[in-house]
Ligand binder design. Structure first.
Ligand code: JDE
Length: 231
């Protein structure tokens, strides 16, 4: 998979060198390209924003630097035929494990990291003819820019690329595919600060352990995320 990131803060993406995704990049399973939006500006102040038409607070990102940067990415002979343009935004569709799985099967993703109050709408409108544009929200809160949201999505997507996670079993168990929250996990020692590991986990009875874990998942989901349960 190829991932392009367009941002005015390329330093945020230095962390792509570490951990699992760093290994995926070293092994060639993942290529990442970070583009500084200000590199295509020509004025002394390297301006990327301006005041909103119609008035209102804050600034809006100008369309020209986005157009020039995205044109250059599409013109790269290694770019795919129709990449997916992901625009992190509180106004996007919710990011879920299902969305991560879909995106992990794409050849090329481009993350457009907006700052200020957002990006001139015509950038999405124009590139929708040349890419699949998906505004995506990490959750119902406002960040200062799309960078941190992009990093979270890249991590969730990157670990689903075949070969990136060492043990595929760990993907199946955590996959949220049953739509329930995870069961609680324990490891050694069996007693820590007077707290004991639940006896059933030490019993060796695999059916009883599976039943207990499922019960724990249901109880947690009912208590913390009742919206995930069917009627
Ligand atoms: C992504 N969940 C939240 C923020 C924004 C007022 C202030 C700022 C592309 O347009 C954007 C992007 C962002 C940054 O992303 C997030 C986010 N998932 O905040 C604004 C909108 N209204 C606009």
């Amino acid at each position: 998979m190829r991932i392009d990131i367009v941002t005015i803060f390329p330093e945020f993406f230095a962390t792509l060198d570490v951990s699992l995704l760093g290994k995926a990049r070293q092994s060639g399973l993942l290529q990442t390209h970070v583009h500084d939006l200000r590199d295509v500006t020509t004025d002394k102040h390297r301006t990327v924003d301006d005041t909103p038409y119609g008035g209102g607070a804050g600034m809006v990102m100008k369309p020209e630097p986005w157009g020039d940067t995205l044109d250059a990415i599409l013109a790269d002979p290694d770019s795919s035929q129709r990449p997916v343009l992901i625009v992190p935004s509180p106004a996007g569709e919710p990011f879920t494990q299902v969305v991560a799985k879909e995106l992990s099967q794409e050849e090329q993703l481009i993350f457009a990291c907006g700052r200020y109050e957002g990006i001139d709408q015509r950038v999405s409108d124009h590139f929708a003819t040349r890419m699949t544009v998906r505004p995506i929200s990490l959750g119902d809160y406002v960040l200062n820019g799309g960078e941190v949201a992009s990093l979270a999505m890249i991590e969730a997507i990157g670990r689903l690329i075949p070969g990136v996670v060492g043990n595929p079993d760990s993907l199946v168990e955590e996959s949220h595919e049953d739509g329930l929250l995870e069961y609680p996990s324990y490891t050694k020692p069996a007693v820590w600060r007077d707290l004991e590991v639940p006896q059933v986990l030490l019993s060796g009875n695999h059916a009883a352990i599976a039943a207990w874990r499922h019960e724990q998942q249901l109880e947690r989901t009912k208590r913390i995320r009742p919206d995930l349960l069917p009627e």
